[in-house]
Design a protein around this ligand. Structure first.
Ligand code: KPL
Length: 301
Protein backbone atom coordinates (compact mmCIF):
# COMPACT_ATOMS: atom_id res chain seq x y z
CA UNK A 1 0.00 0.00 0.00
CA UNK A 2 1.08 3.62 -0.51
CA UNK A 3 1.24 4.99 3.00
CA UNK A 4 2.09 8.46 4.35
CA UNK A 5 2.94 8.89 8.01
CA UNK A 6 2.42 12.34 9.53
CA UNK A 7 4.22 12.74 12.88
CA UNK A 8 7.30 10.55 13.15
CA UNK A 9 7.65 10.70 16.94
CA UNK A 10 8.53 7.44 18.71
CA UNK A 11 5.19 5.68 18.05
CA UNK A 12 4.79 7.08 14.53
CA UNK A 13 8.31 6.06 13.54
CA UNK A 14 7.75 2.59 15.02
CA UNK A 15 4.73 2.09 12.73
CA UNK A 16 6.56 3.57 9.72
CA UNK A 17 9.39 1.06 10.19
CA UNK A 18 7.15 -1.92 10.94
CA UNK A 19 4.98 -1.21 7.84
CA UNK A 20 8.14 -0.78 5.71
CA UNK A 21 9.31 -4.20 6.92
CA UNK A 22 6.03 -5.53 5.44
CA UNK A 23 7.08 -4.02 2.06
CA UNK A 24 4.54 -1.21 2.11
CA UNK A 25 5.64 1.97 0.40
CA UNK A 26 5.87 4.40 3.34
CA UNK A 27 6.75 8.08 3.05
CA UNK A 28 7.12 10.49 5.98
CA UNK A 29 5.52 13.93 6.11
CA UNK A 30 7.72 16.11 8.29
CA UNK A 31 7.98 19.69 9.49
CA UNK A 32 11.13 20.35 7.41
CA UNK A 33 11.45 20.48 3.62
CA UNK A 34 13.72 17.38 3.55
CA UNK A 35 13.08 14.87 0.75
CA UNK A 36 14.85 11.90 2.40
CA UNK A 37 15.27 10.74 5.99
CA UNK A 38 16.99 7.76 7.58
CA UNK A 39 15.78 6.23 10.83
CA UNK A 40 17.83 3.82 12.94
CA UNK A 41 15.87 1.11 14.68
CA UNK A 42 16.47 -1.28 17.57
CA UNK A 43 14.01 -4.18 17.71
CA UNK A 44 12.42 -5.19 21.01
CA UNK A 45 13.98 -8.66 20.75
CA UNK A 46 17.47 -7.47 19.67
CA UNK A 47 17.91 -4.10 21.40
CA UNK A 48 21.65 -3.90 20.72
CA UNK A 49 21.37 -4.45 16.94
CA UNK A 50 20.59 -1.34 14.89
CA UNK A 51 19.05 -1.47 11.41
CA UNK A 52 18.62 1.61 9.24
CA UNK A 53 15.61 2.48 7.09
CA UNK A 54 15.46 5.22 4.42
CA UNK A 55 12.25 7.06 3.71
CA UNK A 56 11.23 9.56 1.08
CA UNK A 57 9.67 12.64 2.63
CA UNK A 58 7.21 15.40 1.82
CA UNK A 59 6.43 14.43 -1.78
CA UNK A 60 3.08 15.93 -2.88
CA UNK A 61 2.97 13.34 -5.71
CA UNK A 62 3.30 10.47 -3.22
CA UNK A 63 0.64 12.12 -1.07
CA UNK A 64 -1.73 12.32 -4.04
CA UNK A 65 -1.20 8.56 -4.58
CA UNK A 66 -1.51 7.79 -0.86
CA UNK A 67 -4.06 5.10 0.09
CA UNK A 68 -3.50 5.23 3.84
CA UNK A 69 -2.56 8.32 5.87
CA UNK A 70 -1.49 7.63 9.45
CA UNK A 71 -1.52 10.67 11.73
CA UNK A 72 0.49 10.26 14.94
CA UNK A 73 0.98 13.88 16.00
CA UNK A 74 -0.23 15.06 19.43
CA UNK A 75 -3.96 15.72 19.86
CA UNK A 76 -3.51 19.51 19.88
CA UNK A 77 -1.46 19.42 16.66
CA UNK A 78 -3.82 17.29 14.55
CA UNK A 79 -5.71 20.08 12.75
CA UNK A 80 -2.67 22.30 12.12
CA UNK A 81 -0.56 19.37 10.93
CA UNK A 82 -3.27 17.95 8.62
CA UNK A 83 -4.46 21.18 6.99
CA UNK A 84 -1.49 21.65 4.57
CA UNK A 85 -1.99 18.07 3.28
CA UNK A 86 -5.67 18.51 2.38
CA UNK A 87 -5.23 19.89 -1.18
CA UNK A 88 -3.30 16.74 -2.19
CA UNK A 89 -5.34 14.09 -0.42
CA UNK A 90 -7.61 11.79 -2.44
CA UNK A 91 -11.05 11.21 -0.88
CA UNK A 92 -10.40 7.43 -1.18
CA UNK A 93 -7.44 7.73 1.17
CA UNK A 94 -8.14 6.06 4.52
CA UNK A 95 -7.08 8.31 7.42
CA UNK A 96 -5.99 6.70 10.70
CA UNK A 97 -5.62 9.03 13.70
CA UNK A 98 -3.67 7.80 16.73
CA UNK A 99 -3.05 10.03 19.74
CA UNK A 100 -3.56 10.05 23.50
CA UNK A 101 -6.84 11.50 24.73
CA UNK A 102 -10.20 12.16 23.09
CA UNK A 103 -11.73 15.24 21.54
CA UNK A 104 -10.38 15.74 18.00
CA UNK A 105 -13.06 13.61 16.29
CA UNK A 106 -15.44 16.41 15.29
CA UNK A 107 -12.61 18.68 13.99
CA UNK A 108 -11.32 15.80 11.86
CA UNK A 109 -14.75 14.98 10.47
CA UNK A 110 -15.17 18.63 9.47
CA UNK A 111 -11.71 18.75 7.92
CA UNK A 112 -12.18 15.47 5.97
CA UNK A 113 -15.91 15.19 5.28
CA UNK A 114 -15.50 12.59 2.49
CA UNK A 115 -12.62 10.38 3.68
CA UNK A 116 -12.93 7.13 5.64
CA UNK A 117 -11.73 8.01 9.16
CA UNK A 118 -10.43 5.48 11.67
CA UNK A 119 -9.25 6.21 15.21
CA UNK A 120 -6.65 4.01 16.85
CA UNK A 121 -5.13 3.59 20.28
CA UNK A 122 -2.05 1.56 21.06
CA UNK A 123 -0.23 0.17 24.07
CA UNK A 124 2.94 -0.46 22.04
CA UNK A 125 5.87 1.39 23.62
CA UNK A 126 8.77 3.06 21.86
CA UNK A 127 11.43 5.52 22.81
CA UNK A 128 13.53 7.96 20.74
CA UNK A 129 16.92 8.38 22.44
CA UNK A 130 17.98 10.69 19.55
CA UNK A 131 15.82 12.37 16.86
CA UNK A 132 16.64 9.60 14.34
CA UNK A 133 16.94 6.54 16.63
CA UNK A 134 13.94 4.47 17.69
CA UNK A 135 13.93 1.74 20.30
CA UNK A 136 10.89 -0.55 20.48
CA UNK A 137 10.46 -0.98 24.25
CA UNK A 138 7.17 -2.81 24.79
CA UNK A 139 4.43 -4.85 23.16
CA UNK A 140 0.76 -4.08 23.60
CA UNK A 141 -2.56 -4.18 21.85
CA UNK A 142 -3.55 -1.72 19.12
CA UNK A 143 -7.29 -1.13 18.65
CA UNK A 144 -8.75 0.48 15.54
CA UNK A 145 -12.31 1.42 14.62
CA UNK A 146 -14.37 3.61 12.32
CA UNK A 147 -15.74 6.99 13.34
CA UNK A 148 -17.69 7.65 10.12
CA UNK A 149 -19.77 5.60 7.70
CA UNK A 150 -17.08 5.58 4.99
CA UNK A 151 -14.79 3.56 7.30
CA UNK A 152 -17.35 1.15 8.68
CA UNK A 153 -16.26 -1.88 6.64
CA UNK A 154 -12.50 -1.35 6.80
CA UNK A 155 -11.61 -4.08 9.31
CA UNK A 156 -8.86 -5.21 6.89
CA UNK A 157 -6.93 -2.09 8.00
CA UNK A 158 -6.64 -3.65 11.47
CA UNK A 159 -5.27 -6.81 9.82
CA UNK A 160 -2.72 -4.71 7.89
CA UNK A 161 -1.54 -3.07 11.13
CA UNK A 162 -1.56 -6.50 12.83
CA UNK A 163 0.66 -8.06 10.16
CA UNK A 164 3.17 -5.28 10.87
CA UNK A 165 2.91 -5.26 14.66
CA UNK A 166 0.55 -7.62 16.49
CA UNK A 167 -1.77 -7.76 18.30
CA UNK A 168 -4.40 -5.53 16.73
CA UNK A 169 -8.16 -5.61 16.99
CA UNK A 170 -10.92 -4.03 14.92
CA UNK A 171 -13.51 -2.49 17.26
CA UNK A 172 -17.19 -2.04 16.50
CA UNK A 173 -17.15 0.90 18.94
CA UNK A 174 -13.70 2.50 19.06
CA UNK A 175 -14.82 4.86 21.84
CA UNK A 176 -14.73 1.95 24.33
CA UNK A 177 -10.92 1.39 24.02
CA UNK A 178 -10.36 5.15 23.67
CA UNK A 179 -12.06 5.68 27.05
CA UNK A 180 -10.15 2.77 28.64
CA UNK A 181 -6.90 4.37 27.51
CA UNK A 182 -8.17 7.79 28.65
CA UNK A 183 -8.63 6.37 32.16
CA UNK A 184 -5.02 5.14 32.19
CA UNK A 185 -3.72 8.47 30.90
CA UNK A 186 -5.86 10.47 33.40
CA UNK A 187 -4.18 8.55 36.23
CA UNK A 188 -0.57 8.16 35.09
CA UNK A 189 0.24 11.17 32.91
CA UNK A 190 -0.43 14.21 35.13
CA UNK A 191 0.94 12.61 38.33
CA UNK A 192 4.19 11.55 36.65
CA UNK A 193 4.47 15.01 35.04
CA UNK A 194 3.81 16.99 38.25
CA UNK A 195 6.14 14.83 40.37
CA UNK A 196 8.66 14.29 37.53
CA UNK A 197 8.81 10.60 38.33
CA UNK A 198 8.74 7.41 36.27
CA UNK A 199 5.51 5.41 35.90
CA UNK A 200 6.67 2.78 38.43
CA UNK A 201 6.98 5.39 41.21
CA UNK A 202 3.17 5.65 41.24
CA UNK A 203 3.10 2.24 43.01
CA UNK A 204 4.37 4.05 46.16
CA UNK A 205 1.84 4.32 49.07
CA UNK A 206 1.66 8.12 48.85
CA UNK A 207 -0.10 7.98 45.44
CA UNK A 208 -2.69 5.28 46.20
CA UNK A 209 -5.60 7.42 47.44
CA UNK A 210 -5.18 9.89 44.55
CA UNK A 211 -5.16 7.02 42.02
CA UNK A 212 -8.33 5.62 43.67
CA UNK A 213 -10.01 9.02 43.44
CA UNK A 214 -9.08 9.52 39.78
CA UNK A 215 -10.39 6.07 38.85
CA UNK A 216 -13.65 6.63 40.76
CA UNK A 217 -14.29 9.91 38.92
CA UNK A 218 -13.44 8.41 35.50
CA UNK A 219 -15.64 5.35 36.20
CA UNK A 220 -18.58 7.63 37.08
CA UNK A 221 -18.22 9.60 33.84
CA UNK A 222 -17.70 6.46 31.73
CA UNK A 223 -20.85 4.93 33.24
CA UNK A 224 -22.81 8.11 32.46
CA UNK A 225 -21.46 7.88 28.88
CA UNK A 226 -22.91 4.35 28.61
CA UNK A 227 -19.78 2.21 29.14
CA UNK A 228 -19.74 -0.68 31.58
CA UNK A 229 -16.89 -0.27 34.05
CA UNK A 230 -16.11 0.18 37.74
CA UNK A 231 -13.53 2.05 39.80
CA UNK A 232 -11.94 -1.31 40.71
CA UNK A 233 -11.61 -2.39 37.07
CA UNK A 234 -9.99 0.89 36.06
CA UNK A 235 -7.69 0.79 39.10
CA UNK A 236 -6.63 -2.73 38.14
CA UNK A 237 -5.82 -1.63 34.57
CA UNK A 238 -3.90 1.42 35.81
CA UNK A 239 -1.89 -0.77 38.23
CA UNK A 240 -1.07 -3.19 35.39
CA UNK A 241 0.26 -0.34 33.20
CA UNK A 242 2.22 1.11 36.14
CA UNK A 243 3.89 -2.31 36.58
CA UNK A 244 4.38 -3.06 32.87
CA UNK A 245 5.92 0.37 32.15
CA UNK A 246 7.60 0.89 35.54
CA UNK A 247 10.86 2.31 34.22
CA UNK A 248 9.22 4.47 31.47
CA UNK A 249 8.60 8.18 31.69
CA UNK A 250 5.09 9.04 30.48
CA UNK A 251 4.64 11.26 27.44
CA UNK A 252 3.37 14.10 29.67
CA UNK A 253 6.35 13.70 31.99
CA UNK A 254 8.61 14.22 28.94
CA UNK A 255 6.52 17.13 27.62
CA UNK A 256 6.77 19.02 30.93
CA UNK A 257 10.46 18.11 31.29
CA UNK A 258 11.21 19.52 27.80
CA UNK A 259 8.95 22.59 28.35
CA UNK A 260 6.53 21.51 25.60
CA UNK A 261 2.74 21.79 25.53
CA UNK A 262 0.97 18.67 26.79
CA UNK A 263 -2.19 16.75 25.81
CA UNK A 264 -3.85 17.57 29.18
CA UNK A 265 -6.87 19.31 27.55
CA UNK A 266 -7.63 16.05 25.71
CA UNK A 267 -7.05 13.85 28.78
CA UNK A 268 -8.13 15.16 32.23
CA UNK A 269 -9.54 18.32 30.57
CA UNK A 270 -11.75 16.23 28.28
CA UNK A 271 -12.88 14.09 31.25
CA UNK A 272 -13.88 17.16 33.29
CA UNK A 273 -15.81 18.65 30.36
CA UNK A 274 -17.75 15.43 29.80
CA UNK A 275 -18.40 15.21 33.57
CA UNK A 276 -19.91 18.72 33.54
CA UNK A 277 -22.37 17.61 30.80
CA UNK A 278 -23.57 14.90 33.18
CA UNK A 279 -23.45 17.12 36.32
CA UNK A 280 -20.77 14.90 37.88
CA UNK A 281 -18.18 16.45 40.19
CA UNK A 282 -14.59 15.53 39.29
CA UNK A 283 -12.48 17.65 41.69
CA UNK A 284 -9.34 15.47 41.51
CA UNK A 285 -9.19 15.42 37.72
CA UNK A 286 -10.01 19.15 37.68
CA UNK A 287 -7.15 19.92 40.06
CA UNK A 288 -4.70 17.84 37.97
CA UNK A 289 -5.86 19.55 34.74
CA UNK A 290 -5.33 23.01 36.32
CA UNK A 291 -1.95 22.04 37.82
CA UNK A 292 -0.62 20.99 34.40
CA UNK A 293 -2.14 24.09 32.72
CA UNK A 294 -0.29 26.19 35.30
CA UNK A 295 3.01 24.38 34.60
CA UNK A 296 2.50 24.88 30.84
CA UNK A 297 1.72 28.59 31.32
CA UNK A 298 5.11 29.16 32.96
CA UNK A 299 6.76 28.24 29.63
CA UNK A 300 4.07 29.36 27.17
CA UNK A 301 2.81 32.75 28.40
O1 KPL B 1 0.26 6.31 27.15
C1 KPL B 1 1.10 6.50 28.01
C2 KPL B 1 1.86 7.77 27.91
O2 KPL B 1 2.96 7.87 28.41
O3 KPL B 1 1.31 8.71 27.29
C3 KPL B 1 1.28 5.55 29.15
C4 KPL B 1 0.31 4.40 28.98
C5 KPL B 1 1.01 6.24 30.44
C6 KPL B 1 2.63 4.91 29.17
O4 KPL B 1 3.64 5.73 29.62
Amino acid sequence: MNITLLGAGAIGALWAIKLTQQRHNVQLWTRNAETKATLHFNELTTPTTTNSYSFSCNSPDDLAACELLIVTVKAFQVTTALTPLLPYLNTDCVVVIMHNGIGTQSQIQQLLPHNPIIYATTSQAAFKPTPTTIQHTGLGQTSLGAINDYAQYLSHIAALFGAALAPTQWQANIYQPLWQKLAINCAINPLTAIHQCCNGDLARPCYQSQLDGICLEVAQVMTAEGFTTTQQQLRHQVDNVIKATASNYSSMNRDIFHHRLTEIDYINGYLVQQAQRHNIDTPINYQLWQAIKHMESLDHA
